[in-house]
Write a protein that binds this ligand. Structure first.
Ligand SMILES: Cc1cc2nc3c(=O)[nH]c(=O)nc-3n(C[C@H](O)[C@H](O)[C@H](O)COP(=O)(O)O)c2cc1C
Length: 156
C-alpha cells in the first residue's frame, strides 16, 4: 500500500512518532507548515473556531497514493488551523484510505480525529485506522510500542 504521511508538528512530538512510522513502512513524508506562527492563545482560539491558516507548498495530490496518514497535534481539542488548510487543498482523494495520528498533552479526550474523518469522508475517503498518543504515552515511552503496532496496518 503506497502511503503518504502528511505531518504537522509545532514542537516536534508528532514528528517523532510520524518519523518512526515512516521508517517502519517506507512511506513518503510531506511536512505541513503554516507560513506564519501565532501566539499560543491565537493558536487555540483559531483551532477551536476551525480557522484555516495559509501553508507552505507540500504534497496535496493523492493520485500516486493508496493511503493518506495525516499526523498532527490536538489544539483546543481540535485540528490546528494549518491542517484545516491542508485538508481543504487535498486533491484526488476519492476512494483512497485515510488513517489519522494525533498527539496530545491530555488523556485522549479530543474531537480532532472526528473532525478530520468527517472533512475527508465527504470527499469520498475511507477512514481505516487511528492512533491517539496521549501525554502519558509520551512520558512513559509507550508511544513507541503503539507506533509499531499501528505501522502493521500499512505493511499489508
Ligand atoms: C495551542 C495549543 C493547544 C493545545 N491544546 C491541547 C488540548 O486541547 N488537549 C491536549 O491534550 N493537548 C493540547 N495541547 C498539547 C499538544 O497537543 C501536545 O503537546 C502535542 O503532543 C504537541 O505536538 P507537537 O509537538 O507535534 O506540536 C495544545 C498545545 C498547543 C500549542
Amino acid at each position: 500500500m503506497k502511503t503518504l504521511i502528511a505531518c504537522y508538528s509545532y514542537t516536534g512530538n508528532t514528528m517523532v512518532v510520524a518519523e518512526r512510522i515512516k521508517k517502519n513502512i517506507n512511506a513518503d513524508l510531506t511536512v505541513i507548515q503554516p507560513i506564519k506562527d501565532r501566539w499560543y492563545m491565537i493558536k487555540a482560539i483559531h483551532a477551536y473556531l476551525e480557522k484555516k491558516w495559509p501553508i507552505k507548498d507540500c504534497i496535496t495530490d493523492l493520485t500516486e497514493y493508496d493511503c493518506l496518514l495525516l499526523c498532527c497535534p490536538v489544539w483546543a481539542g481540535r485540528v490546528p488551523p494549518g491542517v484545516n488548510q491542508f485538508l481543504s487543498q487535498l486533491e484526488n482523494v476519492k476512494g483512497k484510505k485515510l488513517a489519522i495520528l494525533v498527539t496530545m498533552g491530555g488523556d485522549g479526550k479530543q474531537g480532532a480525529t472526528e473532525q478530520i474523518k468527517i472533512a475527508l469522508d465527504v470527499q469520498g475517503m475511507e477512514f481505516v485506522e487511528k492512533l491517539i498518543i496521549t501525554g502519558k504515552d509520551q512520558k512513559s515511552g509507550e508511544w513507541a510500542a503503539k507506533a509499531e503496532e499501528f505501522s502493521q496496518y500499512f505493511m499489508e
